[in-house]
Design a protein around this ligand. Structure first.
Ligand code: PBG
Length: 337
């Protein structure tokens, strides 16, 4: 047999992986994962005032927007088919205090944005972050007492803040503070207030990561933060602990789970999907965005291709969707295909 005439055929036994890769049409035919606009959640930053579009230094292409400008941008996102936005407020420094009390105000910036977006763009989903960090004078996600972020009191405030967000029209509450028991407390508070249809997307596995730097510039907590968040976010070294933490959130009633940051934690995405079968979302965070933009600006990588590859990698890792600052840019590219 000619079997013995060819070294590679003898080694591979005629199994050649490259046959399916030989042409664009074969590659398209066997492609396992696809990124679509339906996978995208767009995080946006809101500032007080009107007519404001403010670039963020460490996130080229991302702006803080006043509510009126945010509404215009969200309209565009909806027209591109993006299913949902996630809003993050940059609260006036004068309104920040030790306990984050402005988080409970029915008319605070995040709730004002929700109302305006709901009114103008009723068909897009609104996901609101319910942590206290935009509202505290020390930049922590909880109430700080004697040097400690106190868990149970923080949970009470976060659950009440969640209700004000649902009252304003938020569709999904996304607590990012990592206090113990918050998912159950939020679920109970929402139900007691008649918000049975408002969902909870748990930032189930949020790691104490250095990738959040540019975000803290965006919402103005960078300079404020005293210490670090290691007593409440998960140690980046721990995968099994992350799954245990997520299991509690599932028991407490989370509808969706999130992994944050994204790309360095794809193993966690996969394990979460396998363990629970719930919808899993990755948050491709500010530092991940900044890395791609900075390297692309230097001509070191092809920014567009890297951006698309990172997002596809989340799909391969089992994610149902991605919170990404690239969302609008990507949606425009996908619309042209
Ligand atoms: C805090 C919060 C963080 C992000 C969103 N909400 C992390 C932090 O400041 O510690 C990070 C998002 C990003 O980096 O894009 N509740």
């Amino acid at each position: 047999m000619s079997d013995n005439t060819n070294l590679v055929d003898r080694i591979t036994g005629h199994r050649r992986m490259r046959r399916n890769r030989k042409a664009d049409w074969t590659r398209r035919l066997v492609r396992e994962n696809r990124l679509t606009v339906d996978d995208l959640i767009w995080p946006i930053f809101i500032v007080p005032g009107s007519g404001i579009v403010q670039p963020i230094d460490a996130m080229p292409g991302v702006n803080r927007m006043s509510v009126d400008k945010a509404v215009e941008a969200v309209k565009e996102a909806a027209d591109l088919g993006i299913p949902a936005v996630a809003t993050f407020p940059n609260i006036d420094m004068a309104l920040r205090d030790e306990t984050g009390s402005n988080s409970l105000a029915a008319d605070n910036l995040i709730n004002e944005a929700t109302r305006a977006i709901k009114r103008a763009v009723p068909n897009i989903g609104i996901i609101t972050d319910v942590a206290l960090d935009p509202f505290t004078s020390h930049g922590h996600d909880g109430i700080l007492r004697d040097g400690e972020i106190v868990n149970d009191e923080t949970v009470e405030v976060v659950a009440r803040a969640a209700v004000t967000q649902a009252d304003a029209g938020s569709d999904i509450i996304a607590p990012s503070d990592m206090m113990d028991g918050r998912i159950g407390a939020i679920r109970q508070a929402l139900d007691a207030a008649g918000h049975q249809n408002v969902g909870v997307m748990s930032y189930a596995t949020k790691f104490a990561s250095a990738f959040y730097g540019p975000y803290r510039e965006a919402i103005g907590t960078g300079g404020l933060l005293k210490g670090d968040k290691k007593t409440y976010y998960i140690d980046p070294a721990n995968g099994t602990e992350a799954i245990r933490d997520a299991a509690l959130d599932v028991e407490e009633g989370a509808d969706m789970l999130m992994v944050k940051p994204g790309l360095p934690y794809l193993d966690i995405c996969w394990r979460m999907k396998e363990a629970f079968g719930l919808p899993v979302f990755a948050y491709q965070v500010s530092g991940e965005y900044a890395q791609v933009k900075a390297a692309a600006a230097n001509g070191w990588i092809d920014g567009e291709r890297v951006m698309l590859e990172t997002l596809l990698a989340f799909k391969r890792a089992g994610c149902d969707g991605i919170l990404s600052y690239f969302s609008v840019e990507v949606a425009r590219i996908l619309a042209k295909r």
